[in-house]
Design a protein around this ligand. Structure first.
Ligand code: FPP
Length: 255
């Protein structure tokens, strides 16, 4: 049975690869707690199954040849959740970040560089250390990139970018009135690691909001897709209609 599903998956990916594919796909991984409730699981198990979904989706993206995957792993707002849930998410991040980057694991296998983007000084020391270790383990990987946004909000990213832009200009005697959006853009977390423009942004769980994620980056060319599936259940079955829609719009633009 596994042989059959693996080969069916490879066949579907091969068919999709004959059309235009996105270079950069971003995900708002939403619905972990509702999934946990639906399956009579604990909240922590919902997040842990969410991590398994992240592995699954990342593998699909790598097989499709997507260059950059950016995920909303933890919003700055999520610190307002119960202490128990925040600790559970932090300990999940601490354990899984290193695991993901180890020799022979997913990121090594597909040559993926990991970047942790956001206001990192809000993370507990042990998670920050894990993030640094994971980044250094994958620093040489150059086939693709995984941006794990944590703890992140778009408005914090924009405020930080603006601050660095002004500081840099003042340090080099650049007239502030000459600064443009291009200068701010260069200082965004995603630009600093060399991410291409976001082609598709997918939010799971049926919620139709961006929740302060990649607001600057979702320019007019980004396709925003909402799907009802809870993140831990999300997979190739949900990606196919989204990718077909993307291919349809790329083809119609070429006409
Ligand atoms: C949103 O669902 C999800 C999160 C706040 C956490 C996302 C984290 C993961 C998928 C694990 C990622 C891996 C690492 C390395 C940390 P929700 O909790 O808001 O669920 P709800 O919308 O049903 O309430």
């Amino acid at each position: 049975m596994k042989w059959l599903t693996d080969n069916l998956e490879r066949f579907l990916i091969w068919v999709l690869s004959s059309g235009p594919l996105p270079r950069h796909v971003a995900f708002v991984m939403d619905g972990n707690r509702r999934y946990a409730r639906q399956h009579q699981k604990r909240v922590f198990e919902g997040h842990s199954d969410g991590f398994m979904a992240l592995r699954r989706v990342l593998r699909i993206c790598m097989l499709l040849g997507v260059e950059t995957v950016t995920v909303y792993a933890f919003s700055i707002e999520n610190f307002k959740r119960s202490q128990e849930e925040v600790e559970a998410l932090m300990s999940l991040a601490e354990d899984k970040l290193i695991e993901l980057c180890e020799h022979g694991d997913l990121l090594d296998q597909y040559g993926v560089r990991l970047n942790v983007l956001g206001k990192r000084d809000l993370l507990p020391e042990s998670v920050r250390a894990a993030a640094e270790r994971a980044e250094s383990l994958t620093r040489q990987n150059d086939k693709a990139m995984l941006n794990l946004c944590m703890p992140y909000t778009s408005r914090e990213e924009m405020a930080t970018a603006l601050q660095s832009t002004v500081e840099e200009a003042l340090a080099s005697d650049v007239d502030l009135s000459s600064l443009s959006e291009k200068d701010v853009d260069k200082h965004l977390y995603t630009s600093q690691v060399g991410s291409p423009p976001v082609d598709i942004l997918i939010r799971t769980s049926g919620v139709k909001r961006l929740s302060d994620f990649l607001l600057w980056q979702c320019c007019e060319d980004t396709q925003i897709q909402f799907t009802p599936t809870y993140w831990p259940d999300f997979g190739l079955r949900d990606m196919i209609p989204i990718l077909l829609d993307y291919q349809r719009s790329m083809w119609s633009r070429q006409r």
